[in-house]
Write a protein that binds this ligand. Structure first.
Ligand SMILES: Cc1ncc(COP(=O)(O)O)c(C=O)c1O
Length: 468
C-alpha cells in the first residue's frame, strides 16, 4: 500500500466527547472491532498522525492506544509501515458429533448433473468483448436503462434464438435476466400476483425450480412423466393454469417430449388459456439426434420460453433470457423492475458483442465436441462396469440417468459414492410428492475431464457393489 493510499484509510471510531478518556475509547473500540471480526486480520490502520487528525485528538493519544493494542497482541507495529491487525484465534466451540459425521470428504470427481465445464471458459474472447463494451458504452447505456434489458443485447438474443432454436421473437418480447431460475422466479411472481395459487411441474424435475415457485407463492404440483415425456392427460387433474416443462431434454430423465405430446400440450394450453413455461436449459448440446425445435414455435401466445448461458458459457456470468407472450410481458418486466436487480449494463453489452463476433457459436461448437467425447467415454465405461444399469437420456445435455434395478437403494449408493469422493445425485432428490417412477442416479459429465471418467465409473461401480 502506498503512503498516499494508507493516509486515505477510513476507520469507524465514534467518540463520546462528553466522557473522559478518549484514548481509552479509541483503544476499546479497536479491540472490540478486532475481536468481533469487523477489523479482519491483515487490515491496515491509519497512521497515528492521520487518525489523530481525523479524530481531532493529540497524536500521543493515538500512539498510546496503538501501543497498548500491540502489547496485547492485536496489532503489528512496524517502523515506516501502517499498523496492521494480527490474526486473533477465534474461540470456536468443539464440533458436534453430528457435524463431524457430515464432515466434507475430499471430492475426487464431481459428477453432479448441473455442472458445465468452466475450466474452458473463453477468457480471451470474453475479455475482448468486455473491453469493447467498456470502450463503446454510451452515457445512456450506463444510466437507468430499459427495464427489459439493453436493446443491443435483446436484438442479438432474438437473432440467435431465431437461427439456432427456431424461436421467432422480436427484441421487444425478450427480457434479459440472470438465468433460467431468475426468469422462472419472475414469471411465478407475476402469476401469483394475478391470483394463481399453483403451478405444474414434470415429476421429477429440478428441485430448485420447485423452491423458486414455492417462494413466489405458487404450490408446485407434480405431473407424471413417462417415456414420451410429460403425461399431458394428467394436467386436467392437476388443476393448474401453468406448467413448467423441459421438452428438448427433460430434466432429470433426459427424455425428449414426443411430437404427439407436444401437440397435446399446446392443445391443452389453448383450450384452457394456460401458460407453458419452456425451460431450454441445455438444448444447445445435442449429439446424435436432429435438433428438436423449441415448443415456442408451436404457440408463442401460450409459451414463455426461458434460456440461460449457465450451461453454454458458465453459471457464474448469470445471464439468461425470457421470451414472453404479449399478455404476460409487462407483468414479468414489472417484477424485475420492482427489484431493480437488472443485469449490469457492461455485462449485457459484452455478451451482445460476444454473440455478434461469432464467439458464442464458436464456443458452442468447441464444447459440443468435448462433451460428446466425455459422454461416449461415460456410456462405454458404464456399459463395461455397470451393465445392470440402464443408461438413459444420452442424446443431449450434460448428464445421463442410470436407472437402477428394483430393490436397489439410491440413498445408500449416493452415501457410498460420497464416502469415496464421488458427488452424484439421485432421481428422488428431484421428485415431488406422488412420484412413483423408477429409482436412478444422475451422473453429470460436464465437469470431469475425459481421461478421468473410467476411474470415476470404476469407483461408482464399487459404491454400487458395497451398497448391496
Ligand atoms: C432443469 C434446469 N433448468 C435450469 C437450469 C439453469 O439455471 P440457471 O440459468 O438459473 O443457472 C438448470 C441448471 O442446472 C437446470 O438443471
Amino acid at each position: 500500500m502506498s503512503p498516499r493510499e494508507a493516509q486515505a484509510l477510513d476507520l469507524f471510531v465514534p467518540l463520546d466527547r462528553s466522557r473522559r478518556g478518549v484514548g481509552r475509547q479509541i483503544e476499546g473500540q479497536l479491540r472490540e472491532a478486532i475481536r468481533g471480526g469487523a477489523l479482519v486480520s491483515g487490515s491496515k490502520l491509519p497512521s497515528t498522525r492521520a487518525l489523530a487528525e481525523e479524530l481531532a485528538v493529540s497524536r500521543g493519544v493515538v500512539v498510546r492506544a496503538y501501543a497498548q493494542l500491540a502489547a496485547e497482541g492485536y496489532l503489528d507495529l512496524r517502523q515506516g509501515a501502517n499498523p496492521a491487525v494480527r490474526a486473533v484465534a477465534p474461540s470456536a466451540p468443539a464440533p458436534s458429533p453430528a457435524a463431524a459425521d457430515a464432515a466434507p470428504v475430499k471430492v475426487r470427481h464431481d459428477l453432479r448433473p448441473h455442472l458445465p465445464e468452466v475450466g474452458m471458459f473463453p477468457r480471451t474472447a470474453w475479455l475482448r468483448s468486455l473491453r469493447s463494451a467498456l470502450a463503446t458504452a454510451t452515457d445512456g447505456d450506463l444510466g437507468y436503462v430499459d427495464r427489459r434489458g439493453l436493446p443491443q443485447l435483446r436484438g442479438e438474443v432474438a437473432a440467435y434464438l431465431g437461427r439456432a432454436r427456431g424461436v421467432v421473437a422480436r427484441p421487444d418480447d425478450i427480457l434479459i435476466t440472470a438465468g433460467s431460475t431468475h426468469s422462472l422466479s419472475l414469471i411465478a411472481r407475476a402469476l401469483a400476483r394475478s391470483g394463481a395459487r399453483a403451478i405444474g411441474f414434470e415429476n421429477p424435475s429440478h428441485w430448485l425450480l420447485h423452491t423458486v415457485a414455492d417462494r413466489a407463492g405458487l404450490q408446485p404440483v407434480g405431473v407424471p412423466v413417462d417415456r414420451h415425456g410429460l403425461v399431458v392427460d394428467e394436467l386436467e387433474d392437476a388443476e393448474v393454469g401453468a406448467v413448467v416443462v423441459s421438452p428438448a431434454h427433460q430434466f432429470p430423465t433426459g427424455r425428449a417430449l414426443s411430437p404427439e405430446r407436444r401437440a397435446a400440450l399446446v392443445r391443452w394450453a389453448r383450450a384452457s388459456g394456460a401458460l407453458i413455461v419452456e425451460d431450454e436449459y441445455d438444448a444447445e448440446f445435442r449429439y446424435d439426434r436432429a435438433p428438436i425445435r423449441a415448443l415456442h414455435g408451436l404457440s408463442s401466445e401460450h409459451v414463455a420460453y426461458i434460456g440461460s448461458t449457465s450451461k453454454t458459457v458458465a453459471p457464474g456470468i448469470r445471464l439468461g433470457w425470457a421470451v414472453l407472450p404479449a399478455a404476460l410481458a409487462e407483468a414479468v418486466a414489472e417484477e424485475l423492475w420492482s427489484t431493480m436487480l437488472h443485469i449490469p449494463g457492461i455485462d449485457q453489452l459484452a455478451f451482445g458483442d460476444f454473440i455478434r463476433r461469432g464467439e458464442f457459436d464458436r464456443h458452442l461448437r468447441r464444447m459440443r465436441k468435448i462433451y460428446r467425447g466425455r459422454r461416449d467415454a461415460l456410456v462405454a465405461a458404464v456399459e463395461r462396469r455397470l451393465p445392470r444399469l440402464a443408461v438413459r437420456g444420452i442424446a443431449a445435455g450434460l448428464h445421463v440417468l442410470l436407472e437402477l434395478p428394483r430393490g436397489s437403494s439410491e440413498e445408500s449408493i449416493c452415501r457410498e459414492a460420497r464416502s469415496r469422493g464421488l458427488l452424484i445425485e439421485s432421481l428422488s432428490q428431484h421428485a415431488l410428492p406422488g412420484y412413483s417412477g423408477p429409482q436412478g442416479l444422475l451422473i453429470g459429465y460436464g465437469a470431469i475431464l475425459e481421461p478421468a471418467i473410467a476411474e470415476a465409473v470404476e469407483e461408482l461401480a464399487r459404491a454400487v457393489a458395497s451398497a448391496g
